[in-house]
Design a protein around this ligand. Structure first.
Ligand code: ARG
Length: 446
């Protein structure tokens, strides 16, 4: 029972390729530093490579008797090449070894996640390109506020994704630091060369304090924090898609490939993909929380509690990758915007009321006064069951003599959007510029 309780092999097998690569670098360093002979290093190196091939062919399946991936590899190496294999672990400990593996793994995964973020951004940009001129109600407090360009709405998610990408790049600077050679906690008496292994493994920096290096998991917490924010963003988009697909909004229809039916209600088309993404955000936040709690009471240096970091990190990685991929497909091919419905949605409310006030203030009426006048106009319209566009010019002029014929074009939804041409606004020129910049960014980052 205790052996099984101690074991991590059932999940840290995911680190095997990194463990092998780390050991190969270590053993070459041992030879380079004159700690073992070059012949011994080469024998070990080849043995490790043989294990890699066994693993890739499905022939290396260590059980819990090995405890963890590090022992599993070392035991197999000794089986394969004999006593020379026993020299592999000279001048290091599993504590610096597992830290090395985790960092190599996470660095690799961060690059993969960044690519998936780029794909997600690409899908948003392609969809946005078709919808610069499509109008959609913009909301605050989930109340209709002002009409906006649909592309502007989609590009808001592009911006969030861009921060996610940048954040990962910044975090990667702290992931990509080598603890290899720090030993169990205090360094090693062997004349090792930590810079040599760091260079061989592509690490950009070295931990400077052995106690810190073997027990630091800040980089993993930072990663889970970035992963949580990715999930926040995907979940917000999901929530909008779910709302938009409802009968009440009717802004989009989901294509069959991205929706499922109900087992008992034949009329239903359920937005499973965004619902799952929204739901899965909880587990990523949970992993962040669990790692924070694992860390907060740990005395220096390594403690076995740290073995609990792995499943949180692995599942965090798997979850965000799956969610990014699913959402990319959803945006690329799953959404059909119902343009007639959107067209009528932006024309059937008072979301152009601010523009009436802006109209008057451009004629010199102080904004607050104009605002109060429009309040009265809207009140009258509501009592007569009319929209602003239904008022006759005479009726407009009863509220203020400066209303003229051009009030109708000033309050048309398309005009209302077009004039919001301040930097970062929804005006078509701004949106077109933002779209071009997004495309440039994507083409340059390839
Ligand atoms: N399986 C262990 C972990 O995941 C490896 C390090 C074990 N070190 C030790 N001193 N028990 O953290």
């Amino acid at each position: 029972m205790i052996a099984a309780f101690n074991a991590s092999i059932h999940f840290d097998i995911a680190l095997i390729e990194y463990d092998l690569t780390g050991s190969q670098a270590h053993v070459q360093m041992l030879a380079h530093s004159g700690i073992i002979s070059q012949a011994e290093a080469d024998a070990i190196d080849q043995g490790l490579e043989a294990i890699r091939q066994e693993y890739r062919q499905g022939q290396f399946q260590p059980g819990i008797e090995a405890e963890d991936i590090h022992f599993a590899v070392e035991n197999r190496l000794i089986e394969l090449i004999g006593d020379t294999g026993k020299k592999l672990h000279t001048g290091r400990s599993r504590n610096d070894q597992v830290g090395t593996d985790l960092r190599l793994y996470l660095h690799d995964q961060i690059l993969q996640v960044q690519t998936l973020i780029r794909n997600w951004q690409q899908a948003l940009v392609i969809l946005a390109s078709d919808h610069v001129q499509t109008l959609i109600p913009g909301y605050t407090h989930l109340q209709r506020a002002q009409p906006i360009s649909l592309a502007h709405h989609l590009l808001a998610y592009f911006e969030m994704a861009e921060r996610d990408w940048q954040r990962l790049r910044e975090i990667d600077r702290r992931v990509n630091v080598s603890p290899l050679g720090l030993g169990a906690l205090a360094g090693t008496p062997f004349p090792i060369d930590r810079q040599y292994t760091a260079d061989k493994l592509g690490f950009a920096d070295l931990y400077r304090n052995s106690l810190d290096g073997v027990s630091d998991r800040d980089f993993a917490i930072e990663f889970l924090c970035a992963a949580s924010l990715i999930m926040v963003h995907l979940s917000r988009f999901s929530e909008e898609v779910i709302l938009w697909a409802s009968e009440e909004f009717g802004f989009i229809k989901l294509k069959d490939s991205c929706a499922t039916g109900s087992s008992i209600m034949p009329q239903k088309k359920n937005p499973d993909v965004p619902e799952l993404v929204r739901g899965k955000s909880g587990r990523v936040f949970g992993h962040l929380q669990s790692l924070l709690v694992v860390m907060k009471g740990l005395p220096l240096a390594y403690n076995k509690d740290l073995q609990e970091d792995k499943e949180a990190i692995f599942d965090g990685v798997t979850t965000i990758k799956a969610c990014l991929e699913a959402m990319t497909i959803l945006v690329a091919e799953g959404l059909e915007f119902q343009t007639p419905r959107l067209e009528s949605a932006v024309g059937e409310d008072f979301s152009n009321a601010t523009d009436v006030a802006d109209y008057l203030s451009k004629q010199g009426v102080p904004f607050r006064e104009a605002y109060n006048i429009v309040g009265a106009v809207v009140k009258t319209c509501l009592s007569q069951n009319k929209l602003l566009k239904d008022l006759t010019l005479e009726e407009w002029q009863q509220f203020h003599p400066q209303f003229a014929d051009d009030i109708y074009s000033a309050i048309s939804p398309r005009q209302v959007v077009a004039v919001r041409n301040s930097f970062g606004g929804t005006g078509f020129t701004q949106v077109q510029n933002a779209l071009e910049q997004a495309k440039t960014l994507l083409s340059q980052s390839k």
